[in-house]
Design a protein around this ligand. Structure first.
Ligand code: FES
Length: 155
């Protein structure tokens, strides 16, 4: 399904369907994301009000779960492992390199909608750290130069 542009009426309908239930926050956020391609900033106060939570609490949940995006996802996804074994092998520097190259932080999407960069915490590829997953494909022993090549290959 293609993500719809933000629409407060559609959002209100989704929120109303969930707001009666306890434990509904995650399914509600999930449905908002399915509709809009992300959990839009504008939805946060509406969700907070309906679920009797503070905006900070809703924000906290959206940022805690890496499956939720605050902006629509790009055509390509670059997930950079930031867990311990990869960090020991330079994952932070690699992430800074990717962020500088794409002009976005982890968790964000380039302005042209092409690439979403994300942090991920262990891909099970610790032996070849630093590791990443690009459009579902694993890559290890990454250097900035190798990363550049992989990014260039994204059409
Ligand atoms: S810590 Fe990065 S793949 Fe395990």
């Amino acid at each position: 399904m293609h993500a719809q542009p933000w629409n407060p009426d559609i959002a209100a309908g989704i929120i109303a369907r969930h707001s009666h239930a306890q434990d509904a926050l995650l399914p509600l956020l999930h449905e908002l994301q399915a509709e809009f391609g992300c959990v839009p900033e504008a939805a946060v106060p509406l969700v907070a009000l309906a679920m009797n939570l503070s905006r900070a609490e809703v924000h906290g949940v959206v940022t805690f779960y890496h499956d939720y995006h605050r902006t629509p996802h790009g055509a390509h996804t670059v997930k950079l492992c930031q867990a311990e074994a990869c960090q020991a092998m330079g994952a932070r520097d690699l992430a800074r390199h990717v962020e500088a190259r794409l002009g976005v932080g982890l968790g964000e999407t380039t302005a042209d909608g092409k690439v979403t960069a994300q942090a991920i915490y262990c891909l099970g590829l610790c032996a070849t750290a630093p590791s990443a997953m690009i459009d579902g494909k694993l890559a290890g022993r990454l250097t900035p130069a190798r990363m550049d090549k992989l990014l260039e290959a994204l059409a």
